[in-house]
Design a protein around this ligand. Structure first.
Ligand SMILES: [Zn+2]
Length: 304
């Protein structure tokens, strides 16, 4: 089984030995260690019931924060209300009665995305970035077949590269961060939603319908997203950049706009054209919670 414990929701996936998805479940997250444990147990039970299975062999868990996957310790998971180091893998193993492995959620999603590419006939890739385009913007990195965590667990935090000098204020304390332009929260700020329609959907629909202001908002967003893809390719030369996260649910219109922008940016540069950046981009599949799926693939081999 895999669990993806995010700031707003906890998702579970049950897979078989071949990696086929048997069932999924989804529950609102409750912050704090006790809440996380409670919701994890409930979501696991719900997914198991849907799959008609009594007990999983093992559980892999993806969480937003600094995760020591060997020691099972999680810290700086601010969105989960967990700041101080907590031995969450051990606590979850005690609660669920099975072996548990914790991993950073972006890393789990990267592993999930890799398997999806293999399954879609795209071939195996040892160099891959998973670009999580949700409330914020950050990437998971698989380089030479290994997850790149970084010396401070900050590898792939490209949302805080400066995109506009002296631009919009970012909660990180800088100005003009990429995340202020290429994220769900950036679209929320630029296009306040009136009737409950998510801002990304509203902006793309209005732009499609010819609204000049929406077209401007969409252009600014797509230009920043293309910059994020470009920086991943130019720093790590990853073979694939898989776009996931909530905003990726926009689907083909997002992919079309992004690849068109990448082509435009490469137009005047033989160097960029030779890198074929637009050809490297894929969308995460809409129906599959890639993070929970990847966490399931990372579940420990041993039983308890
Ligand atoms: Zn920032």
């Amino acid at each position: 089984m895999g669990l993806d414990i995010g700031g707003s929701k906890t998702q579970a996936v049950v897979i078989d030995d071949d990696g086929a998805v048997l069932a999924t479940a989804r529950t609102p997250t409750v912050p704090g260690v006790a809440g996380v444990l409670e919701v994890a147990a409930a979501t696991v039970a719900q997914a198991l019931a849907a799959a008609g299975i009594e007990r999983p062999r093992a559980v892999g868990v993806g969480l937003p924060g600094v995760v020591d996957s060997e020691g099972g310790v999680v810290e700086h998971a601010v969105n989960l209300g967990i700041r101080e180091p907590v031995g969450l893998a051990g606590l979850l193993a005690g609660r669920l009665g099975v072996a548990v492995r914790c991993e950073n959620d972006l890393n789990a999603a990267t592993i999930g995305a890799r398997r999806v590419l293999v399954g879609s006939g795209d071939g195996d890739v040892d160099d891959l970035a998973f670009l999580a385009l949700g409330t914020g913007l950050a990437a998971g990195l698989l380089l030479d077949g290994r997850l790149r965590r970084g010396s401070h667990g900050a590898a792939g935090e490209i949302g805080h590269l400066i995109h506009v000098a002296g631009g919009l204020v970012c909660p990180c304390g800088q100005r003009g961060c990429l995340e202020r332009y290429a994220s769900g929260s950036a679209l929320d700020a630029a296009w306040p939603s009136a009737d409950g329609v998510p801002a990304p959907v509203a902006v793309f629909a209005a732009a499609q319908a010819g609204d000049a202001r929406a077209q401007q908002v969409r252009a600014t967003f797509v230009e920043a997203l293309a910059a994020a893809v470009r920086v991943l390719v130019l720093t790590c030369d990853v073979r694939r950049v898989v776009i996931g996260g909530g905003v990726a649910a926009l689907g083909v219109p997002l992919l079309d706009a992004l690849t068109a922008e990448l082509a435009t940016q490469a137009y005047g540069s033989a160097f960029l054209r030779s890198l074929a950046i637009a050809d490297r981009v894929r969308l995460a599949p809409a129906g599959l919670p890639v993070g929970a799926f990847g966490a399931a693939l990372l579940a420990p081999d041993e039983e308890v």
